[in-house]
Design a protein around this ligand. Structure first.
Ligand code: APR
Length: 245
């Protein structure tokens, strides 16, 4: 499917980063089995909610600090090198696709990024790296303006980023191959992207350890770990491309 495609879109979720040591959200032991998500409105209005929010965010930053791109991220970067990546839509906030070498202008971060911290009042943005001492030592870090600091991610109840959402929808509706890697496809509007692709005539493949609600409309479903599957896909693609030359 990928070898014959001209406009390949890869769509990733937390499952592509578990082999880098970052827990996903809905597998057994995942983030939401240990923490209750803080809704955006709670974060804005309730100090206890802000404290709870930062407790699980600090765990994420600890995992992120020690994490490196894994074989799956490297394979997605190689797809781009091979000219077989039109856009990379990710729900992930860990920045590992950038670290693996994918071009930022091809990466659409639907749920924002933990790499930046922003003030919910004045909008000032800082690198999370630069604020790490404060993130570790202050229960609820505040901006100089007095506003609350929050990673530049999209919380439940928070408006989706318009530019990224439009870009993802356009990519999904115009691609000819759509590869889902490591997502339970339960959170919308992200999870509607594979559906848009399929309805627009693209081939749809899903690589995921667990079944997803879109398996029934996929052309291919592969219940395999992302690292092994993506490495095999790139190996097969390279041999076909070599054969074709
Ligand atoms: N290889 C393949 N699949 C894997 C692997 C792996 N190594 N590890 C986990 N998975 C699968 C799990 O079986 C699960 O179905 O990846 C999926 C991850 O699903 P979720 O934990 O729900 O993560 P995701 O789909 O990215 O969640 C979407 O929900 O909480 C919000 O904003 C958050 O972006 C996130 C969104």
């Amino acid at each position: 499917m990928i070898a014959d495609a001209q406009r390949v879109v890869v769509f990733t979720g937390a499952g592509i980063s578990t082999e880098s040591g970052i827990p996903d959200f809905r597998s057994p032991g995942g983030v939401w089995s240990r923490y209750k998500p803080v809704m955006y409105q709670e974060f804005l209005s309730d100090h206890e909610a802000r404290k709870r929010y930062w407790i699980y965010k600090r765990e994420f930053y600890d995992n992120m600090a020690a994490s490196k791109p894994n074989a799956a991220h490297r394979a997605v970067a190689e797809l781009e090198t091979l000219g077989k990546l039109w856009f990379l839509i990710t729900q992930n906030i860990d920045g590992l696709h950038q670290d693996a070498g994918n071009s930022t202008d091809k990466i659409i971060e639907l749920h924002g990024t933990n790499r930046w911290i922003e003030c919910v009042s004045c909008g000032a943005r800082s690198w999370a790296e630069d604020l790490m001492p404060r993130i570790r030592n202050e229960a609820v870090p505040q901006c100089e303006c007095g506003g609350w600091l929050k990673p530049a991610t999209i919380s439940f109840g928070q408006a989706m980023p318009v530019r990224e959402t439009n870009a993802a929808q356009q990519a999904a509706s115009a691609c000819d191959a759509f590869l889902v890697v490591g997502s339970s496809l339960q959170v919308h509007p992200a999870a509607s992207m594979p559906l848009i692709a399929k309805q627009s005539g693209a081939g749809l493949a899903i690589v995921n350890l667990e079944p997803t609600p879109l398996d029934r409309i996929a052309d291919t479903v592969w219940s395999e770990s992302a690292g092994a599957a993506l490495t095999a896909i790139v190996r097969e693609l390279k041999s076909r491309m070599a054969g074709a030359n």
